[in-house]
Design a protein around this ligand. Structure first.
Ligand code: HEM
Length: 534
């Protein structure tokens, strides 16, 4: 079922390469005078046959880690340097906003954390971030396990089912399965709503996918035609989008109403110490509604929930998809992962405590995020003039950028930079265990796991902003630990139960981007019940 929903999505996505090109070509706004900064002149042909971030990578190798990308009079500054990224995201974070990204997402997320204005963001971040406390995450690990069990059960049924009687393997689009799994998890974890999408279809599920397609369409289509007053009535896809939003909003409004009707106002510290093992509703919505002294209006709560629904769904599904893609091409690493799962879990279930022992699985998840960061670019616009730090190749003094400069921090380039990673394009989960400092890079503190003691997963602090899967600074992802644990649990349970092989060649898995990097036609795999003992 969801394959048909996702099939629709794939068709949309296949136009993204074209859309990316047209975005840049049609965004004929103003160019910034960026002085001596190297300039990459984009040729149209560079953009038609592959995703934009591939071209940004080639230009990075050619022009250095800070360059201006010019398409006609429109200019973007492309940053692929950890020191400059650290400056923009952390040291001078409030001199930048989300620029074009906020324009695109505001109609969907309203004043949710991602597009919110600074005032709203400050208020809501202060309230939402404490919601992701340890007891909540512990309860979420149980949720990840029970939702992943549904997927395992579904595959087992397919293997045993009528159509597959006697067959030993089943063919599945794992990208679609991960998308369903991640949707069920985010619904239950954030607002205690069971989409049941692993096994069912419903108008709400369809509306969520419809909204995701639209968010993706808008993020790759620069002319904001949807802003024209009549567009929502005249353009069929915009009419559908409005209808989809209405369905989701009605659902969220109902959940908010229920949560508010059963509100039990409590201090934050007490909320964080609740016995989550006995709670019927462990969701973030419950926490947000029960928090003492915070009377938030329904509209804001709805925007918060919608933002987390969109931000936490496809991103996590993409990590799982690319993890399987990478493991399937590296049978020795797949075996090592399965051996770890067998020795830590046996036939049992992952728990919060056991996650600490699944070290190799955790490294697989972060190595996947290094090679396939979601999203591959972070978008900012300078609110005032700024001087970017020097030290990067080509200009020791740094560059001055005027107010209104659009900046792309290419996480993809940073994560595959030959200056910071050994054999950057290789899949080597073990690399995160090794200390590494490139003495030639002035101002970069190097890679040192001891810088973030107690961190379960490598992060931007350990790598001094060379590894940025969740951004960094004040706008860093609030759901990072949620997402990492979710991916580890889901992947561990898949490998615990099945041997997985790609159906076709790796080259046949074409890659497209919108908000996330995903496949063009799904990740088709053969799954076989594991026979070896574990
Ligand atoms: C922000 C990545 C999962 C909620 C971000 C940002 C990144 C990111 C890179 C920073 C964007 C920027 O600086 O422009 C990811 C990835 C995920 C993931 C790779 C999965 C593997 C989640 C989940 C949730 C979530 C599960 C919620 C449950 C958010 C929110 C923000 C955010 C609310 C905005 C934070 C703010 O501006 O204060 N995410 N995310 N994300 N993410 Fe995630």
């Amino acid at each position: 079922r969801c394959q048909s929903v996702n099939g629709e999505k794939r068709k949309q996505s296949s136009r993204n390469v074209f859309d990316n090109a047209s975005n840049l070509l049609t965004s004929l706004l103003s160019g910034a005078n960026l002085g001596s900064m190297p300039i990459a002149e984009g040729a149209v042909t560079d953009l038609f046959d592959r995703p934009l971030f591939f071209s940004l990578y080639d230009w990075f190798l050619e022009h250095g880690s800070v360059y201006k990308l010019a398409f006609g009079p429109k200019a973007f500054v492309v940053v692929s340097d950890p020191i400059v990224a650290r400056h923009i995201l952390r040291e001078n974070a409030f001199s930048y906003d989300k620029g074009v990204l906020a324009d695109i997402l505001e109609p969907i997320m309203g004043k949710g954390l991602i597009p919110a204005d600074l005032e709203t963001w400050k208020q809501r971040r202060r309230v939402i971030a404490p919601g992701f406390h340890t007891s909540y995450l512990e309860a979420m690990v149980q949720l990840f396990t029970s939702c992943s069990e549904r997927t395992v059960l579904k595959v087992n049924k397919l293997l045993e089912g009528e159509g597959h009687d006697g067959q030993k393997s089943v063919e599945l689009d794992l990208e679609a399965e991960f998308s369903n799994l991640a949707l069920d998890i985010i619904g239950l974890g954030v607002f205690n709503y069971d989409f049941g999408s692993v096994t069912n279809e419903s108008p709400v599920i369809k509306a969520v996918y419809g909204t995701l397609f639209e968010a993706e369409h808008r993020s790759t289509f620069y002319i904001p035609y949807w802003k024209f007053p009549l567009a929502r009535w005249i353009v069929p896809r915009q009419r559908k989008f409005q209808d989809d939003l209405k369905v989701i909003n009605t659902c969220l409004d109902g959940l908010i109403r229920n949560a508010k009707e059963s509100r039990q106002e409590t201090d934050v510290e007490k909320l964080q110490q609740r016995d989550y093992s006995n709670l019927k509703d462990a969701s973030l919505l419950r926490f947000l509604v029960d928090m003492r002294g915070v009377d938030v209006d329904d509209r804001q709560l709805r925007d918060d929930l919608m933002t987390m629904l969109i931000a936490g769904h496809e991103t996590t599904a993409a990590v799982l998809t690319w993890a399987v893609f990478l493991l399937a091409q590296n049978p020795d690493k797949m075996k090592k992962a399965q051996a770890e799962v067998d020795s830590v879990l046996g036939m049992g279930k992952p728990t919060f405590e056991l996650l600490k022992k699944l070290e190799y699985m955790r490294l697989i998840v972060v190595e996947t995020l290094r090679l396939y960061p979601q999203p591959p670019l972070l978008i900012r616009r300078s609110l005032k003039p700024d001087v970017l730090p020097g030290g990067h190749k080509g200009d020791k003094d740094g560059y001055t950028i005027p107010a209104g400069t659009d900046v792309f921090i290419s996480v993809y380039n940073l994560h595959r930079s030959p200056y910071f990673w050994d054999r950057p394009n290789d899949f080597k989960p073990e690399r995160f265990l090794v200390q590494n400092k490139n003495e030639e890079v002035e101002g970069w503190a190097g890679f040192d796991p001891s810088r973030s003691p107690g961190a379960l997963y490598p992060n931007e602090i350990i790598s001094d902003f060379a590894f940025l899967p969740f951004g960094g600074g004040p706008r860093k992802c609030v759901g990072d630990q949620f997402a990492l644990m979710e991916s580890t649990v889901a992947l561990a349970m898949l490998l615990q139960n099945f041997d997985v092989e790609l159906k076709g060649t790796p080259e046949s898995v074409e890659l497209v981007t919108g908000a996330t990097i995903h496949t063009k036609n799904g990740l088709w795999c053969n799954l076989r019940k594991r026979s070896s003992l574990h």
